[in-house]
Design a binder for this molecule. Structure first.
Ligand SMILES: [Zn+2]
Length: 305
């Protein structure tokens, strides 16, 4: 009689790949999460698969950053090399590539900057489309544009289709809020904006109708799956976007949501396993088909016991 199911097949494991060799670097604000160089990433992905999870979402931390984030669309870039290594070692693993500029730009913004330091939406689209194309060509099974520039889904879809990659789906971060819960991730990906913030292109936490509007626009532009980010503070948004669109929907249980549970569990204040599984079940109950969570591997193992 249980209404909501939570299984490993609903979970997507985010992974951070970094330049270098033999690297397993802890992220202090995200206990249990590490930055991995490619061989270690492949090893970790095997553990994720062994837990029963079929998909990973890949973020790259390049050796060097520049104004135009050129590492994002370099054929020999960190993510492109990692995608090839993952697919070679396990062709059945679904590799989703995060498509954005902020891990690759020296200024930490998600697009190209104008002289006055504001993000230039339209010229950023070309760089994002190039990034998505290079990821798909490297073998990514899906691209997930997280930048929130206007018109990016159409730009990326158009470019992939032109190059014959019509079967590579796009997962749109259609409702990405300007949230305080991203702090630990920015430590992990070293992507805190050097100046200003992302309020110009991320959504106001007070808005839900806007999330529905943006999600419908992204579907019109050709998105195959939508996403709400963060998850727990936005369960109403998950629910309403699902109801309004009926489209496949992911929710991103973000770094701050993870780190709060870890901190409370570390202090002995909550039962980590019960709390994490309750949180993930609630995200499913709200209407998410898939959950991106740093708990993916652990949760899958717990569900298995
Ligand atoms: Zn970004």
């Amino acid at each position: 009689m249980r209404e909501t199911e939570l299984t490993a097949s609903h979970l997507i494991q985010p992974l951070f790949v970094t330049a270098g060799a033999g690297v397993r670097e802890d992220i202090p604000s995200m206990p249990g999460v590490q930055r991995l160089s490619i061989a270690e990433l492949v090893e970790e992905a095997a553990g994720v698969r062994a837990a029963g999870i079929g998909s990973v979402l890949l973020f790259g931390i390049p050796a060097e950053k520049d104004e135009l984030g050129s590492g994002a669309y370099d054929e020999e870039g960190i993510v492109q090399m990692a995608i090839r290594a993952l697919k070679e070692s396990d062709p059945g693993l679904t590799v989703i590539a995060d498509t954005c500029m902020c891990e690759y730009t020296s200024h930490g913004h998600c697009g190209r900057l104008r002289d006055d330091g504001t993000v230039d939406n339209d010229s950023s689209l070309e760089l994002l489309a190039r990034t998505a194309l290079s990821q798909a060509e490297a073998g990514a099974d899906a691209v997930a544009p997280s930048d929130m520039m206007d018109g990016r889904i159409a730009a990326i879809r158009g470019r992939l289709d032109e190059e014959g990659l019509t079967e590579t789906p796009g997962i749109s971060y259609s409702a990405k809020y300007a949230s305080a819960f991203y702090g630990p991730f920015r430590d992990a990906a070293d992507s805190t904006p050097a100046a200003g913030d992302r309020r110009g292109y991320q959504m106001d936490p007070a808005n839900v109708l806007e999330a529905i509007r943006e999600s419908k626009l992204d579907l019109d532009e050709g998105a195959d799956m939508l996403m709400v980010k963060p998850a727990l503070p936005y369960l109403d948004v998950v629910h309403r976007v699902k109801e309004a669109t009926g489209a496949p929907l992911a929710a991103y249980h973000v770094s701050g949501e993870y780190s709060m549970l870890k901190a409370a569990a570390g202090a002995g204040w909550i039962d980590e396993r019960a709390a994490a599984l309750e949180a993930l079940t609630s995200i499913r109950r709200a209407g998410a088909d898939a959950i991106i969570t740093y708990y993916a591997k652990d949760a899958a193992n717990w569900l298995d016991e």
